[in-house]
Design a protein. Sequence first.
Lengths: 441, 536
Amino acid sequence: MRLSEHIYRTISSIRGPLLFVEKVFSARLGEVVNILFPDGRSMDGEVLKIDGDTVLIQVYGETRGLDIGNSSVVFTDTVKKAPLSIDIIGRVFNGSFLPVDDVPMFIPEKWASVTGFPMNPSARARPEEFIETGFSCIDGLNTLVKGQKLPIFSCAGLPSKELAAGILQNSRLAVGMGRFVVVFVALGLTFHDYSFYMNVLNEIRTGFVAFVNMADEPVVERLLSPRFGLTVAEYLAFERGMDVLVVITDMTNYCDVLREVSTAREELPGRRGYPGYMYSDLASIYERAGRVKGMSGSVTMIPIVTMPEDDITHPIPDLTGYITEGQIVLSRELHQKGIFPPVDVLPSLSRLMQRGIGECHTRGDHRKIANSLYKYYAKGRDLRRLEAIVGKDGMTDSDKHMLDFADIFEREFVNQGTARRDINETIDRGISILKRFSLEI
Amino acid sequence: MIGHIKGISGPTVSVDLKGLRLYDRVYVGHAMLAGEVIRLEQDGAVVQIYENTKGLGIGEPIKGVGMPLTVKLGPGLLSGMFDGLHRSLEKLREEMGSFISGGREVYGLDHLKKWRFSPLKERGADVKAGEIIGYVEEGPLKHFISSGCDGRISEIIDGEFSINEPIGKFYDGREIPGYNEWPVRMPRPYKRKLPPSEPLITGQRCIDFLFPLARGGTAIFPGGFGTGKTILEQSIAKFADVDIVVYVGCGERGNEMAEMIEEFTTLKDPWTGKRLMERTILVVNTSNMPVAAREASIYTAITMAEYYRDMGYHVLLLADSLSRWAEALREISSSLEEMPGEEGYPTYLASRLSGFFERAGVVETVSGKIGSLSMILSVSPPGGDFTEPVTQACLRIAGAFLMLDTSLAHRRHFPAINWFQSYSLYERSLADYFREKISHEWNDLKQRCREILQREEALREVAEVVGFEGLQDADRLLMVVAEKLRLEFLSQNAYTDDAFSPPEKTLSKIREIVEFHDNAAKRLKEGIPLQEMLKM
Ligand SMILES: Nc1ncnc2c1ncn2[C@@H]1O[C@H](COP(=O)(O)OP(=O)(O)OP(=O)(O)O)[C@@H](O)[C@H]1O
Ligand SMILES: [Mg+2]
């Protein structure tokens, strides 16, 4: 603990969002600094690296207007913390945790470090409680459970926003009395999308907390907002016993800032210019989902990732897929057919589904129906390739039958518009389609 | 020895302390974070820190311990759960709750628990370092305790002791401890290595039948995300025919580990009927835990594995995933601003890997027993691209390569092992064993199985053009049989009873399929239409 704040006017260089400060007597890794601009503005930053008395700082804001002689840096001797209180529910903040809903800041009950601490693996409870999202393609075939992290892999121009909105509005727990809260984190949101989401959030009866960084707001804030959101989520879940659903849109914007800072640091780039530590960095966000033994709350996460160039092997979806417990993949082809949500169930997967379905969770016949639907749809999809070569007329009747099944499955099971379907309706619909095609279940 | 922090970069710090040795253990900062010296310089050293470095300040003290990173080896390791530094996760949880808030010395072994020691040496016996002097019953097996050094025994107990009490004395007054402390980066000694000659039965038909692994051998299975690496590792951990399994969750998911822990405490070992956890040691360093501890975790694990090998047991080390270890190495290397090799990995990646793989093998132990250490490691190539450096470096040293195929996984064919690209270098040397000990048909049936799969591949291309109906009856029959082979033999659903297939079951299944084909082919020749046979 230092006795007083340290002020330095020894900035030696400014490089994008980064500052070098020299002759610093004492600094900590991750220490919060306050940067005072010549025009009186001030902004927060964080210590990234220390080499002797030279300190590298990342600034959470636009560095335009900073200069070398007249700006100063105050070292605060603390790491980045988030204020917490139960009164946070219902509030909207910007990426610096300042309220933007015209209501004064709440009075914090406590403060917690935004990076959090890793959950002890032996303290984790196995996720197995079903969350009903109201969408057949998810509930039926890629079931989400409490404590899971299940991203949506989208492509530019696909309605991931509408799907996320649907999930936010319709999700509920099949069992459990806990209170359900949404934490919404937006990174680089356009004004149009902002209005859309605010309408959705305001309709959530159980409550929400939002952190919104707009497209024209400082990009480096995007590295912080998800951590604010998750610190709040952990507090509500593990200290207040609530079931928290965290939606983060769009992680692609997050990764792009990570790359920007890494480039400014002149670090050695990895695949496609993204830094080599991106896996660990993303894990420090995604792994905060979970449940804890002996506690009632949970953190469930749905990050939205827009795949650059529709490429699932791009480092952003690739590393995300390596960390999360499955993925919901949207398809341009289904979207063009007018199907909503345009979820391609073949590459989609919920890895924790096996524990969350069946007798005590959803329904005894759930697994069987899901497997059958998947199997026959995969067959039908395979045959579409053959159809493209030999034409439908050249195919056997049984092959044509499977082709028709695939079409109907897409149009009647996956496609549901904005209507909500409960799990019984989803499974029954699956059964009725299978029966219509006289397929074995 | 006390020095001060001069610089901090990610997981590494530079310090001005002189007189340290490479790989010495140090305590860093007021929080006493554990670290290890990874580079020596003229005026100090660079240390990698095993904990989160956030909040660490310049000028904070650093203290050398005077010895390298070690693990305490003794009774009580089995069914234990440790982090990469060999701290007991259960004890960490008792001390600091559900989240790991760093900086705490916690021992891996329980120091209070009493064990019943039965001596195998008497007073007056001369023993050499590594020689067994007695044992305790640990779960399902005898845990042999060996002497750490040469000497003549003057006293040896026959009764209860706890880890920090000596089990005897030498004539020169030195005490004989009941545990062994060993530096993790140093392979434990043995008399000599022997060539692998017995199969390691995994319970996975595709592996045991087509790509058999050997006790003392090494195998990797690379595959993109969601191709079933973790499920395969965990299935093998459950069903492998070995005495002890050491499982490393290296930079992977916490929820997976929670699931595994729950399962292993309830499931039984199919070979002995004992609870699975009793033969298992878990080392867990999830992706959000500090990277330097992730780097150390595989060494911590293999040192424990070697310790049990030295008692004459068959030990299997499973790690999921080796790529996360390599990435940790890369993160540390880049924070040191080392000259990078391919894709930013340090140039010593391949040599570190081969040093690690070399620790597998069948050995005659120092005490004259035969033990084996096998390794099955998963690899997570970015974008599912097998040309990347980690897969390539492993390929050059591993004895078996089981390639997990994304397109098979998308079709939900699990385990998604590609039967054309995978290989096992042990297949030849194990052929005799399978013929003599399991069945004289084994190798012939395998040949038939390969032929059917190859023929199917060739026919599939034809069928794409002329359609299935355009094929001749004999070929259509083959396609039907090949599908059966894929669905009923090569696939194994991990969530059903079929998850484990002992060799007898594997054999009877493949025999049934091949016989079905041969009978049907015969009847085709007799003029019975295919359609009729398929109805049955
Ligand atoms: N043998 C199997 N039987 C049934 N399902 C399986 C099997 N193997 C894998 N799966 C399915 O595939 C999913 C992904 O498997 P797994 O988690 O092992 O992938 P992974 O290769 O470890 O992926 P990552 O690299 O992202 O960790 C599982 O959740 C399960 O649904
Ligand atoms: Mg895995």
